[in-house]
Design a protein around this ligand. Structure first.
Ligand SMILES: [Zn+2]
Length: 328
């Protein structure tokens, strides 16, 4: 039985959109992203996002990270305002907003989205309705504007209302200033999705990398949104080249990391990719590749997140063979 999570926003769930979503859901009936329990990856992840306590971490003077309610959220203060990076899940945005105000004592005026996924843009309606300027790579706006289907993990989302869409977009790079900090927003091409933003904050020496890095579990590679294993590795190489041992890395999920953590993650991805390349070269099917357990050596450390080893193997296999757009 397919169990696709419907994440239609009540304010936009017009009959038309709903019918379209159901039709698309029917077409994408071969969902391969089922976790072992019968839950999709997204159902499993959403349970965590709904229930994990919201935690505030001080990254430096005037810099904070909020975690637990979906993707990690970063806040940077100026004299009279707060800029945030990502907005968590919609169901916990009031709690997030309260925590941000408690930590920064300033109103949020700007919001940068690292990519379009619901656990990073769920608060966009809330903040956008309040007049907050939303900034993102241009493909984020395209994806949030229409219904998106990610059959691999059981995600169906998009078609956000106007107030939740980015009003400022860029293509490859953009520079912002917030108080004493300079923020350089960079897109290294498709990686986790086709609209990823990495934010380098200096002089604080913080890099906010979104879901290009999950600390520390296997990542979702959103093939349906143009993501690929090779793109993720390419972006990681660029981030490694631009950071140092002192850089604080804010991942898409999980605790603050170091460059060494990022390097270990990159090396894991490179090794898993190579093993799957070898299995493909040997003529193995996707199920035979899963049976060969190419991630086995890494599962103890990286396999306990909501992306199970078999799902991760299938994503990488598909990324290297079909481009993955069908999720099979
Ligand atoms: Zn994501």
């Amino acid at each position: 039985m397919e169990r696709v999570l419907q994440k239609m926003r009540p304010s936009t769930a017009s009959i038309q959109a709903l019918i379209l979503a159901l039709v698309v859901a029917g077409a994408a009936s071969q969902v391969t992203g089922q976790a072992g329990t019968g839950q999709t990856v997204i159902q499993k992840a959403t349970e965590q996002f709904e229930n994990n306590p919201l935690k505030t971490t001080v990254l430096g003077q005037g810099l904070f990270m909020f975690s637990g309610d979906g993707g990690d959220v970063t806040a940077i203060v100026d004299n009279g305002s707060t800029l945030i990076i990502d907005s968590g899940v919609d169901t916990r945005v009031t709690e997030l907003s309260d925590a941000i105000f408690k930590a920064t004592m300033r109103p949020v005026t700007r919001l940068v989205n690292t990519h379009w996924h619901f656990d990073h843009t769920g608060g966009n309606v809330f903040f956008g309705s309040a007049g907050v300027t939303i900034i993102a790579q241009e493909n984020v706006k395209k994806r949030l504007s229409s219904v998106q289907s990610v059959p691999f993990v059981g995600l169906r989302d998009g078609h956000y209302p106007q107030e939740a869409l980015p009003t400022v977009t860029y293509s490859s790079s953009m520079t912002l200033h917030q108080g004493p900090q300079q923020l350089i927003l960079v897109n290294y091409g498709p990686a986790h999705t086709d609209g990823d933003t990495v934010v380098y904050v200096s002089p604080a020496n913080v890099a906010v990398v979104g879901d290009i890095f999950s600390n520390h579990f296997y990542p979702i590679i959103d093939l349906a949104s143009g993501g690929s294993i090779d793109g993720v590795i390419h972006s990681l190489d660029e981030i490694l080249a631009r950071t140092d041992e002192q850089t604080k890395i804010v991942p898409g999920h999980g605790p603050v990391a170091t460059r060494a953590n990022l390097e270990e993650y990159r090396d894991m991805l490179v090794q898993v990719r190579q093993r799957i390349v070898d299995l493909i070269a040997a003529g193995k099917t996707i199920d035979e590749a899963v049976a060969a357990a190419p991630t086995k050596q890494f599962d103890a450390k990286w396999g306990s997140g909501y992306v199970q080893p078999n799902v991760f193997t299938k994503m990488v296999f598909s990324s290297l063979t079909y481009g993955g757009s069908t999720g099979r």
